[in-house]
Ligand binder design. Structure first.
Ligand SMILES: Cc1cc2nc3c(=O)[nH]c(=O)nc-3n(C[C@H](O)[C@H](O)[C@H](O)COP(=O)(O)O)c2cc1C
Length: 180
């Protein structure tokens, strides 16, 4: 693995993918990274649906009105669901698992992008969560947070621009910097 400090600058959202499928080992490593993630009170309040079926990936893209069309190009995606009964921190648990998969993808040289579905709607105004739960037969009490698309990178992206780091958002000892 390259240095973690370099890996996190290299990970940029990838919305263009080649048609090359992921290997079984790559898929396993991505899912392992989700299952290894830390959770509140170790409740593991998530479930993951691995999707490599072209028709389902295309239908997932339509589960929200915009911002998910890249799923129509991605050869693989993971739907991240929270268990709303076992933990009140399911959003946090799911978000951490999602970014763990994105970082694992970068380490494998793969691209990834988050498609957000919580509190989103389809083009006809149906809640995205209803559309996803119906499409993938998701029972209560599971709630979709996001779908992470994965694939071989279809374009170059620049490293994160260090000049854009908002150091002014960091406060030392108190929010009120005038007290320094
Ligand atoms: C909570 C969250 C929701 C996001 N939702 C979407 C989305 O629905 N569609 C999309 O194209 N990108 C989505 N993104 C990706 C962001 O747009 C992207 O991470 C951000 O613009 C920074 O760009 P970078 O990832 O290339 O550094 C989401 C990212 C996060 C963390």
């Amino acid at each position: 693995m390259e240095k973690f400090s370099e890996l996190i600058a290299k990970r940029r959202s990838m919305r263009k993918f080649t048609s090359e499928p992921l290997t079984a080992d790559e898929v396993q490593l991505l899912l392992r990274s989700a299952l290894i993630s830390p959770t509140s009170k170790h409740t593991n309040g998530w479930q993951f649906i691995a999707v490599d079926d072209r028709e389902i990936l295309d239908k997932l893209a339509d589960c929200k009105s915009n911002g998910a069309t890249f799923l129509k190009e991605a050869p693989f995606a993971v739907v991240v669901l929270g268990d709303t009964e076992v933990t009140d921190a399911w959003i946090e648990d799911c978000a951490i698992a999602a970014i763990m998969m994105q970082l694992q993808a970068e380490d494998l040289g793969l691209g990834s992008c988050w498609a957000h579905f919580r509190n989103r709607f389809t083009a006809d105004g149906t809640p995205s969560r209803d559309a996803i739960c119906e499409l993938l037969s998701v029972p209560a009490p599971y709630e979709p947070l996001c779908v992470i698309a994965f694939g071989h990178k279809g374009m170059e992206r620049k490293l994160f621009d260090e000049d854009r780091l908002q150091w002014e958002k960091v406060h030392i000892n108190s929010f009120d910097n005038s007290r320094e």
